[in-house]
Design a protein around this ligand. Structure first.
Ligand SMILES: C[S@@+](CC[C@H](N)C(=O)[O-])C[C@H]1O[C@@H](n2cnc3c(N)ncnc32)[C@H](O)[C@@H]1O
Length: 214
């Protein structure tokens, strides 16, 4: 990944194209993450690095009372705004320009956080995850989903994402693996002082079962 990577900070026509590709590529990943978070009961859900807004709409449909999306890219915010308007959920989804490293939210104000193919793109993942921990209430949940760009990177990136969440002070479960094309995806669930959610189905495997060693 470089600073000119259109998936890192989508800008201009290439950024528009990247957003369109992301929406196609990540909808299955966002569905998995939203299922695992099990939002409901009017909870407040936050997606960090919301990109084209697929996850935000899914969080709204899943029953979150309030959904907040954060992303630094004007191109992504525009795509997300259009997607939210088309979903008819404008009133419940609050889109904000910002970065993970400085979340514009009070301490303990969020019940559930989603980040799909997002953490590795942040300038400072440790600081961003510390911010996520700050804004989550006690008992709140975080789910990150990651589909590395190549199979060679899978084990290293899955382990890194898991270790980053643990280092930020979340109670973290072992990554789950879902076989996907062209590369498997992993889901990491954590919580603040309570049992973490599990987004499992028969075809999901833990990293150990999948042969991940670290
Ligand atoms: C690969 S895209 C994933 C977007 C979306 N989650 C999805 O799966 O379609 C990465 C996203 O992270 C955003 N991003 C980059 N740096 C960020 C930061 N420091 N904090 C929050 N989001 C960031 C980018 O603008 C981009 O929308």
């Amino acid at each position: 990944m470089t600073m000119s990577d259109p998936f890192r900070l989508p800008r201009g026509p290439l950024g528009h194209l990247a957003g369109w590709l992301m929406a196609r590529r990540s909808s299955a990943l966002s569905e998995w993450g939203v299922d695992a978070l099990q939002v409901g009961g009017g909870e407040t859900a936050l997606e960090i690095g919301a990109g084209p807004g697929v996850g935000l709409v899914l969080l709204g449909r899943a029953g979150a009372g309030r959904v907040i999306g954060i992303d630094p890219s004007a191109v992504m915010l525009a795509q997300a705004r259009r997607r939210i308007a088309a979903s008819g959920m404008d009133g419940r989804i609050d889109l904000r320009e910002g970065v993970a490293e400085r979340l514009p939210l009070p301490d303990g104000s969020v019940d559930a956080i989603l980040a799909v193919n997002s953490v590795p793109y942040w300038d400072d993942p440790a600081r961003g995850l510390a911010e996520a921990r700050r804004v989550l209430r006690s008992g709140g949940r975080i789910v990150t989903v990651l589909q590395p760009q190549s199979a060679d990177e899978f084990e290293r990136e899955a382990a890194l994402e898991h270790d980053r969440l643990a280092a930020a002070g979340f109670d973290v479960l072992p990554p789950l693996v879902r076989p996907l094309r062209p590369v498997d995806a992993c889901l990491i669930a954590g919580s603040v002082g309570a049992a973490a959610p599990r987004g499992s189905r028969a075809s999901d495997r833990s990293r150990a079962e999948a042969g991940c060693t670290s």
